[in-house]
Design a protein. Structure first.
Lengths: 288, 294
């Protein structure tokens, strides 16, 4: 039996490696051809060059889009993290049907295609007189990142033993004091992680921003506008490589932070009254 | 206990203030940006297009067009088939990976989980763009096939086909499917599987009768998180699909762009949400029917 499991495990291992290659290979072609001395992304490779990266500098449209994406990303991530913290905290400890409803609706955007989120916000921002603008993009990205920040913060708050919060309240700390001095510091790694991932979501988001951008495009919109011109293909690949590198670093840091923080205060024994919690704190998108 | 009851009035007030402050950001975002905005779409769907923001008059003409024009049936059906194929492909290919992670990964589990979630956080546009350069006429796949002597002529057959859309979407949403299945598999008590084998079940039987039914909630959740974004996608059809793979998202986007008929675009959106609602209800039903837990 055990030998048999070992055997099937080995074949599964081979499959997993093949799957990972499928997952990464197409994406890694972008960096590969960004260093290729040819205007086309095709074999055979024509030799190493950095000239496509050089075209990135001194491009004012690109710099503007980058700055725009950074500013929008930071503001939207701040908003989404703030909402994620408050929504999940009240969901777990607020003991009110309103808080539970808000938390449920906050995770709803997963069940709405991006194009519909985009057009619904487009109608809304026109109605309130804002029009397509940077503020509109920020609102859209708070919405897109919200399910992620809520899920991360919720699993984090749930992992803090209930007794910690109760002890603070019993010792006379007010709700606000307990939240600020006990619960927030204990969940700091998750807060930073949620912020970073929300920033990445905003920084890379295209489907919703397409409807909400005014005259100042974000980086993905800039890339989209360049895709029409075959001549700018290598520049797009150089830019794409830079974005992928930044995304990998931020996502890696966020994931490490989230897991490290979780293992530090994970409750020792399972508490049946707590929400279902997986060993490594994997994100539970759906409570089926 | 009596001291708690006797808390002074200011403290109770600060508690009220705390609750209000903590509920406010979430309430604003969920009620205004989600519920009210979706309500606007529903409202607009029943209006006539007169060029103004909220349209004019009450009408069901938009829905009559959606239902009576065969174009929309064709495109909706195509979107459903593409999304269903993508969902099937991602879930079936992800299941063994999730299974390996849950039962065989051992000490490599952390690293593997990290590797499969990393693409989740990279640009969707760039992942689709990667497939454009792979499938193009003078692209990676064609040139590699010619270079290796398998083919002599580049072919147009890769890009601008519905197959290209399915492959690209399946790749772009692959990381979405693994985690829910893994979580479901990981929470199956090991004693259950041991009991099956103690009672004489062969590994395949115990997989079919114990593991698979118990992981169905995860499979259904995975199917849902892949199906919903793919059925409304407009980026992938635009980049790698060509005119033969226009999807319903493309049509919605066009109504709010070139076609400039917002009420009709809103009606199409409502139709898509109704289709998704049906799928969710079917998934819920299937979950209750086949999910042996809960």
């Amino acid at each position: 039996m055990s030998a048999r499991t070992q055997y099937s495990g080995r074949w599964l291992g081979v499959y997993v490696v093949a799957y990972l290659i499928f997952l990464y290979l197409p994406v890694l072609l972008i960096p590969l051809f960004s260093f290729n001395n040819s205007i086309q992304a095709a074999f055979p490779l024509q030799g190493f060059t950095l000239q496509w990266y050089a075209t990135l500098f001194g491009n004012s449209a690109l710099t503007g889009a980058l700055l725009n994406s950074l500013v929008i990303g930071v503001i939207a991530a701040t908003g989404a993290t703030l909402c994620g913290i408050t929504v999940s905290y009240m969901d777990l400890y607020g003991r009110s049907p309103l808080a539970a409803t808000i938390s449920a609706i906050a995770r709803l955007p997963i069940l709405i295609p991006g194009v519909i989120v985009g057009i619904s916000l487009l109608i809304l921002i026109n109605l309130i007189g804002l029009g397509p603008s940077r503020i509109a993009i920020v609102l859209g990205h708070i919405l897109v990142a919200l399910p992620t920040t809520v899920v991360i913060m919720r699993s984090r708050f749930a992992a803090i033993p209930k007794t910690v919060r109760e002890a603070a309240l019993d010792l006379g700390a007010s709700d606000w004091m307990t939240f600020r001095r006990v619960m927030l510091p204990l969940s700091l790694p998750a807060i930073v992680s949620a912020f970073m991932l929300a920033f990445l979501i905003s920084f890379d988001e295209f489907i919703v921003v397409f409807f909400l951008a005014g005259t100042e495009p974000t980086l993905p919109l800039y890339i989209w506008s360049q895709l029409r011109f075959p001549k700018s293909l290598p520049t797009v690949m150089a830019l794409g490589t830079s974005i992928l590198a930044v995304s990998f670093v931020i996502a890696a840091a966020a994931e490490i932070l989230r897991h490290r923080g979780l293992s530090a205060t994970a409750p020792k024994s399972a508490d049946p009254s707590q929400p279902k919690q997986t060993k490594r704190g994997e994100l539970q998108w759906h409570s089926t | 206990m009596s001291t708690l009851v006797a808390t002074s009035a200011p403290e109770a007030r600060s508690s009220q203030g705390f609750r209000f402050a903590m509920l406010l950001p979430g309430a604003l975002v969920t009620f205004l940006l989600i519920l009210f905005a979706l309500g606007l779409v529903l409202f607009l769907a029943f209006r006539g297009n007169d060029g103004s923001l909220l349209g004019a008059g009450f009408t069901v003409a938009n829905f009559v067009t959606v239902v009576s024009d065969p174009l929309y049936w064709t495109v909706t059906l195509r979107s459903l088939i593409i999304a269903a194929l993508v969902t099937l492909a991602t879930v079936v290919t992800a299941y063994p990976v999730a299974y390996y992670l849950a039962f065989h990964a051992g000490r490599r589990r952390g690293l593997l989980l990290f590797l499969v979630t990393l693409p989740f956080w990279t640009s969707y546009l760039l992942r689709v763009f990667a497939w454009k350069i792979v499938l193009a006429y003078n692209g990676v796949l064609n040139s590699a096939l010619i270079e290796s002597g398998i083919w002599s002529e580049p072919t147009l057959a890769f890009l601008n086909t519905p197959t290209a859309v399915v492959v690209t979407l399946a790749h772009a949403y692959a990381p979405f499917a693994i985690l829910p299945i893994y979580v479901a598999l990981d929470t199956i008590p090991k004693s259950l599987i041991e009991a099956a084998s103690d009672l004489g079940a062969r590994p395949f039987t115990s997989f079919r009768r114990v593991v698979l039914p118990n992981s169905m909630p995860g499979v259904l959740a995975a199917a849902l998180v892949v199906f919903v974004p793919t059925v409304g996608d407009y980026v992938t059809p635009a980049l790698v699909g060509g005119p033969a793979s226009t999807m319903i998202g493309t049509l919605i986007q066009a109504q709010f762009g070139k076609a400039n008929d917002w009420p009709f675009g809103a009606a199409l959106s409502v139709a898509v949400m109704l289709v998704i609602l049906c799928v969710v209800l079917v998934a819920r039903f299937a979950d209750r029917r086949f999910g042996s837990r809960t």
